[in-house]
Design a protein around this ligand. Sequence first.
Ligand code: PLP
Length: 453
Amino acid sequence: MDGEGGGGLKPMDSEQLREYGHQMVDFIADYYKNIENYPVLSQVEPGYLRRLLPDAAPNQPESLQNVLDDVQSKILPGVTHWQSPNFYAYYPSNSSVAGFLGEMLSAAINMVGFSWITSPAATELEMIVLDWLGKLLKLPQEFLSPGHGGGVIQGTASEAVLVVLLAARDKTLRRVGKSALGKLVVYGSDQTHSALQKACQIGGVHPENCRLLKTDSSTNYALPPEIVSEAISHDISIGLIPFFLCGTVGTTSSATVDPLYSLGKIAKSNDMWFHVDAAYAGSACICPEYRKYLDGVEEADSFNMNAHKWFLTNFDCSTLWVKDRNALIQSLSTNPEFLKNKASQANLVVDYKDWQIPLGRRFRSLKLWMVLRLYGVENLQHYLRNHIELAKYFEECVGQDSRFEALSGMYTLRFAVGAPLTERRHIAAAWKVLQDEASTLLGTPLQDNGNPS
Ligand code: PLP
């Protein structure tokens, strides 16, 4: 860095930003243009990068072109290309032009919006955009900001479940006394994301009090309410205190939907907090025909969906709604002298620092706002429906090959469609790879008509 004539980058200079920014955008656009040419899974060996990069940072500035050359030749080979149309692992992590532009703008403003006063627009836009999305998902009114609840953007679904678990824990401990921490019990299923277990670990819930109830194919791996009721009754009978139940809409292994309404009723009748994790599948529920999967969410205390998974919003953007924001604030608020300000003191504003673990927070609502505005609801619905059609097409392909079936307890291949660039031809190519592998393994080559011999 040299502002005085060495020719390097200044800390900030609008003309340099314009020049280098254009160069970077070109680089990124070319990356996307050629993304199909990369192997989806990085082919490097552990430690590969240390062998390619110097031991220490350079004393003198280098050119952006040099750095980009290194990105091309040394970094990209070590990247697994999540945005490739041929990526079907885990769940998707969508980027989009709109999301990307929102990220750029957020990086440009680069404020740290922990309290309303630190950038009123950041807090207010987040409240508005989460109300927009909450309405699109037809969440009950209590989840929206005009009442006692509201939405907040967390980094991840794991943070979302952690903060609501802490809120629920403290709410229960206020009722039963702090010394009862060791008696608190959490319920989910063996399909619930491990984020729940991690939240328990952090939240001081004894590991043996985290009940991951067994599911099986008879309920399509959904959590049966009777099993939950039985477990709760048993725990109460031995002096334990059930306080938190997590239901999932779109489990990580198989996208199963738990029976929200019944689970919510059970939670309510036992004074428990009911959290709904729709990290992946929640997005689809902006389509009227899939909204049914959220039926029963009105019984929940909190609801979470990752806009960064399947909603064209670049990572990270995990949207969380709660009905009782005070429960969060009571657990997570701190109020040191240096953060005091008139608006907060007068209780006129939301200070999102009290709804999350860290103090600092990014202006993430910009990218979600951009996605909603630059695509519009109809296009977003179309985008989601198209992926569902592609997944059905894959299912059809599987159904036509007698060597494949969906069966519990068997070796399974999980295939998650949802990358922004995926088209029917990519699915067909992936299916061909699977069929060819099956032919090699089973010695049953395909005939000319595409059926196994
Ligand atoms: N919940 C579900 C249902 C998920 O599928 C995932 C990740 O795939 C998570 C939670 C965790 O997400 P995050 O990485 O945002 O913590």
